[in-house]
Every structure is written in structure tokens, then in C-alpha cells.
Write a protein that binds this ligand. Structure first.
Ligand code: SF4
Length: 176
């Protein structure tokens, strides 16, 4: 596997390596594969691709190693093309790398809050995208009787997920 770091300006590199939100199932639930993407990935990784839908690489990505892409030189076209709004703002000089890094850390903290709230409600499946975990947890609870303690966890979960969704759409991916 290719363990080389991202080839970007130092500030962008530090930002992406501190983040990982576009690969870890928080912003996206999968990546569309096209052309030679699948063959290149399989050759580089030497393993089958984890898919939930045909023609798509499931996220959280199996190739994310901590917050670094382990198949960077062979990553799919969409991964090559994607730049989040935060990175664009840093590259465009509208935001300093330090401010962006603080925003990344604040957002990762929100992700941890959501994961903790999900865990309190019995969902610890970190192989699934965060939004899917959130929605299925709510569905499961809606179809069962919840006690007061669970109801408190549900309201915490809903609030933390709302905060996270706002942060993602405001800062990283306005299209979401
Ligand atoms: S292949 Fe690499 S860049 Fe693409 S989603 Fe997976 S870890 Fe991220």
C-alpha cells in the first residue's frame, strides 16, 4: 500500500491529515467509482472492495488509515477531484490554515459527541456512515417503548447531530 502523504502545500496537507471527514463516513456515505477506479484500487490494495451499492466504494473508507489515504496514488477519480469548501477557502486565502484547523478540530469534536450519543443508545457500528447510524437508531427507537433515560439520550443525539449537520453544511460541504 502507498503510505506517502498527500501532495499539497504544507498548510493544506496538515489540514487534510488532521481531518478525514470526506473519507470517514461523516460527509459522504460512499464514493462513485468510474473508469479504471475499481481495477486500480484492487491492484493497489490487493483485496476486495467494500461496497454497499454497486459501483460505489463504501464509507467509512476501508483505505483510510487513521486520517490518511493508504492508496493515495491509486485513489478514485472523485477522491482526486474533491476539495471541501474549507480547503478551497484556505487555498483561496480567505481563511488561514490555523483557523481552518480549529474548525476541523471543533467539527471532529462534534462527531465524537454524536458517536458517544449513538453508543449510549446501543449503536457502536463504526463501519457504517454516521448519518445512516443516526437514522436507523432513531427508527429503531421510534418503533419501541423508550424509558426516560433513553429519551434523554435521544434528545442529546438529535441535538448533537443537528449541530454537526449545520457545521458540515456551513463549513465543509454546502451542497449537503
Ligand atoms: S480511496 Fe482514499 S481518498 Fe478515496 S475515500 Fe478512500 S481514503 Fe479517502
Amino acid at each position: 500500500m502507498d503510505k506517502r502523504p498527500l501532495k499539497k502545500a504544507p498548510s493544506s496537507l496538515a489540514l487534510c491529515l488532521a481531518c478525514g471527514l470526506c473519507c470517514n463516513g461523516v460527509i459522504f456515505s460512499d464514493v462513485r467509482l468510474r473508469g479504471d477506479d475499481k481495477a486500480a484500487l484492487k491492484k493497489a490494495a490487493g483485496c476486495e472492495l467494500r461496497k454497499r451499492r454497486p459501483g460505489r466504494l463504501a464509507q467509512p473508507c476501508q483505505f483510510l488509515d487513521k486520517r490518511q489515504c493508504s492508496v493515495y496514488r491509486h485513489r478514485p477519480g472523485y477522491c482526486r477531484e474533491f476539495e471541501c469548501a474549507l480547503l478551497k477557502n484556505v487555498k483561496g486565502g480567505e481563511l488561514t490554515a490555523e483557523s481552518a484547523l480549529r474548525m476541523v478540530r471543533a467539527t471532529l469534536s462534534k462527531v465524537r459527541h454524536v458517536e458517544k450519543a449513538l453508543g449510549s443508545l446501543g449503536d457502536t457500528d463504526d463501519t457504517m456512515p454516521l448519518r445512516i447510524r443516526f437514522e436507523r437508531t432513531l427508527r429503531k427507537l421510534q418503533s419501541s417503548r423508550v424509558d426516560l433515560r433513553a429519551a434523554v439520550h435521544v434528545s442529546e443525539l438529535t441535538l448533537t447531530m443537528h449541530n454537526l449537520t449545520c457545521a458540515l453544511s456551513r463549513t465543509f460541504y454546502p451542497g449537503e
